[in-house]
Design a protein around this ligand. Structure first.
Ligand SMILES: Nc1ncnc2c1ncn2[C@@H]1O[C@H](COP(=O)(O)OP(=O)(O)O)[C@@H](O)[C@H]1O
Ligand SMILES: O=P(O)(O)OC[C@H](O)CO
Length: 500
C-alpha cells in the first residue's frame, strides 16, 4: 500500500518536492533554487530548462531522504508560481526563450494599447482580471512577436505554451515523447484568456491578444488523473494541479464560502473563497477560480495580490547588504522602538491590489539624518503588514461578511514580530497552522483525493491544526493613525514613471 503523496511546488525562487503522509504531515523534502534573471529594469526571467532539471532532481532527493520508491507513492500533485509564461518546441522539448515571470512589466506598452479601447477593465467581467502585465496573455504575445518565427510556428501547432504547471506536467509525462499538454482551471484563470463561467479558452479573448488556440494546453479540473510519470516516479499518476495560492487555500482547508487565507512568500496573496458564486470586486480585488474537483461545480474566490513582500526582505539583504539571512530582519527591526518616522512603499513592480498603479515605483519616505538601516528594515517589515490591511479592507467591502480571523502561511510567517504587528494593524486574530507548507499540502490533497488516498474534504479538514495565534494589542486610535500615514505614503508613489 502506498504510504505517501508527493507534491511538487514550483515556486518563484525555488522548486520543492515534499512527501506527505496520510495525516498530511511532511515526511521528506528536496529543494533547489533557480536563477532570477534581470536583463533590464522591469524584466524578470527564468530559465525553464533549469526549472525542469531541478524538478527531476528534487523528486529524486525527496524520495531518497524518505528511503521511498515509486511503489510507496500513491499520486503526484503539482503546484506552481502562476502566470509565468513558458513557450516550448513540441518536437525538441526546448523552450524558445526564457520564461517571462509574473513580476515582469515589459508588456506595459501592449497593456496600454489594449486599454485604449475600453479601459483596463474591458475583460474583467469575463475573466475576473484587469488588464495588467501581471497576467500571462501579454507575456505570450510578447514572446510570439519577439522570437523570430515564433508566431508562424505557433499557428502551425509546433509550439506549446504553459504556465510552469503545464511545463512540469509535460516533462514529467515524457516530454517530446508523448508528454501531456494540460493545465488546470486555477492556472488558466490567470491568463486573461479563459472565460470564468464556461471555464474554456474564449475565441474573443484569443483574438484580442492575438494568440493562436493551437498553442494552448487543455483546461482540466484541479483533481483528476492527467497522466503517468516517468522516472524517478515511473508509473505514478499525476492527479492534482493547483496554482500556488489556490493550493495554499486548499491546504489550509478553506474549502467553503467565507473561508480565507493569506500567504507571505515572495509576494502576499489573500484568497477569500466565495463558493460557487462568481463575485466581482468593486474595490480592486480580482476574481479567480479557487478549485474544481473532477466534474464537481467549480469554486471561486476573490484575491488580493501584493507583488512585493518577502522579496523586499531579499532586496534589503541582497541589494543593500543589510543582513545575511532574511530571518535577521527581525532582530534588526527590533533594535529600534519604531521606524523613526520612516515609511517604505515597495512599489517595485508598480502597485498591484487594491491600487493597480503601474505608474507607481518604490519609495522610502520620511528620511531625516536620524534614520538608520534599522528604521528602514522596520519600515519594510511594517509595509508587508500594512499592504495586507489594504487588501483585507477591500475584501471586507466586497464580501457579505468581513474576515474575522486570518489564517496565514508561507516563509515569512516564521517572523513573530511581523505576525504580531499584522494582528495589531488588522485588529483581528492571526492564526498559523502546524503545517506551514500549505501550498505543497494543497496540491498533495488534490492529487490524493483523485486516487482515493483521501476520501473527502471532511477528512482533510480534520488534519488542520492550529500552531499559534496572535491577538491584536494595538489601540484602535493608533491603528487608525498608522493607516492614515500609510495611505498618505502610498499616494506619494503614484505617477512616478511617465510611461510605465
Ligand atoms: N523570518 C523571516 N522574516 C522575514 N522574511 C522572511 C523570513 N523568512 C523568510 N522570509 C522571506 O520569505 C520568502 C520565502 O518564503 P517562501 O514561502 O519560501 O517563498 P516563495 O514560495 O514565494 O518562494 C523570502 O522572500 C524571504 O525573504
Ligand atoms: O511563487 P510564489 O509563492 O511567490 O507565488 C507567486 C504567485 O503565484 C504569483 O501570482
Amino acid at each position: 500500500m502506498p504510504r505517501y503523496v508527493i507534491a511538487i511546488d514550483q515556486g518563484t525562487t525555488s522548486t520543492r518536492a515534499i512527501l506527505f503522509d496520510h495525516a498530511g504531515m511532511p515526511v521528506a523534502t528536496g529543494q533547489r533554487e533557480h536563477r532570477q534573471i534581470f536583463p533590464q529594469a522591469g524584466w524578470v526571467e527564468h530559465d525553464a530548462t533549469e526549472i525542469r532539471d531541478n524538478t527531476f532532481a528534487v523528486l529524486a532527493e525527496a524520495l531518497a531522504a524518505a528511503g521511498a520508491d515509486p511503489a510507496d507513492v500513491a499520486a503526484i500533485g503539482i503546484t506552481n508560481q502562476r502566470e509565468t509564461a513558458v513557450i516550448w518546441d513540441r518536437a525538441t522539448g526546448e523552450p524558445i526563450a526564457h520564461a517571462i515571470v509574473w513580476q515582469d512589466t515589459r508588456t506595459q506598452d501592449l497593456v496600454d494599447r489594449l486599454a485604449a479601447d475600453g479601459g483596463v477593465d474591458r475583460f474583467r467581467a469575463q475573466t475576473g482580471l484587469p488588464l495588467a502585465t501581471y497576467f500571462s496573455a501579454t507575456k505570450i504575445a510578447w514572446l510570439l512577436d519577439s522570437v523570430e518565427g515564433a508566431r508562424a510556428r505557433a499557428e502551425a501547432g509546433e509550439l506549446a505554451f504553459g504556465t510552469t504547471d503545464s511545463w512540469v506536467l509535460w516533462n514529467l509525462t515524457g516530454g517530446a515523447d508523448g508528454g501531456v499538454h494540460a493545465t488546470d482551471v486555477t492556472n488558466a484563470s490567470r491568463t486573461l484568456l479563459m472565460d470564468l463561467a464556461t471555464l474554456a479558452w474564449d475565441d474573443g479573448l484569443l483574438t484580442a491578444f492575438g494568440i493562436p488556440r493551437a498553442l494552448l494546453p487543455d483546461i482540466r479540473s484541479s483533481s483528476e488523473v492527467y497522466g503517468t510519470a516517468i522516472a524517478p516516479l515511473a508509473g505514478v499518476p499525476i492527479s492534482g494541479i493547483l496554482g500556488d495560492q489556490q493550493a495554499a487555500t486548499f491546504g489550509q482547508a478553506a474549502f467553503g464560502a467565507g473561508e480565507s487565507k493569506n500567504t507571505y512568500g515572495t509576494g502576499n496573496f489573500l484568497i477569500a473563497n466565495t463558493g460557487t458564486k462568481i463575485v466581482h470586486s468593486a474595490n480592486g480585488l480580482i476574481t479567480t477560480v479557487a478549485y474544481r474537483l473532477g466534474d464537481d461545480e467549480p469554486r471561486y474566490a476573490l484575491e488580493g495580490s501584493i507583488a512585493v513582500t518577502g522579496s523586499l526582505i531579499q532586496w534589503l539583504r541582497d541589494n543593500l547588504g543589510f543582513f545575511e539571512n532574511s530571518a535577521d530582519v527581525e532582530q534588526l527591526a527590533l533594535s529600534v522602538p519604531d521606524t523613526g518616522g520612516v515609511a517604505f512603499v515597495p512599489a517595485f513592480s508598480g502597485l498591484f491590489a487594491p491600487y493597480w498603479r503601474p505608474d507607481a515605483r518604490g519609495a522610502i519616505l520620511g528620511l531625516t539624518r536620524f534614520a538608520t538601516k534599522a528604521h528602514i528594515a522596520r519600515a519594510a517589515l511594517e509595509a508587508v503588514a500594512l499592504q495586507t490591511v489594504d487588501v483585507l479592507d477591500a475584501a471586507g467591502a466586497d464580501l457579505p461578511a468581513p474576515i474575522t480571523e486570518l489564517r496565514v502561511d508561507g516563509g515569512m510567517v516564521a517572523n513573530d514580530t511581523l505576525m504580531q504587528f499584522q494582528s495589531d494593524v488588522l485588529g483581528i486574530p492571526v492564526v498559523r497552522p502546524a503545517v506551514i507548507e500549505t501550498t505543497a499540502l494543497g496540491a498533495a490533497y488534490a492529487a490524493g483525493l483523485a486516487v482515493g488516498f483521501w476520501s473527502d474534504l471532511d477528512e482533510l479538514r480534520a488534519n488542520w491544526r492550529e500552531d499559534h495565534r496572535w491577538e491584536p494589542m494595538m489601540a484602535a486610535a493608533e491603528r487608525a493613525e498608522r493607516m492614515r500615514a500609510w495611505k498618505k505614503a502610498v499616494t506619494r508613489t503614484f505617477d512616478w514613471v511617465d510611461s510605465p
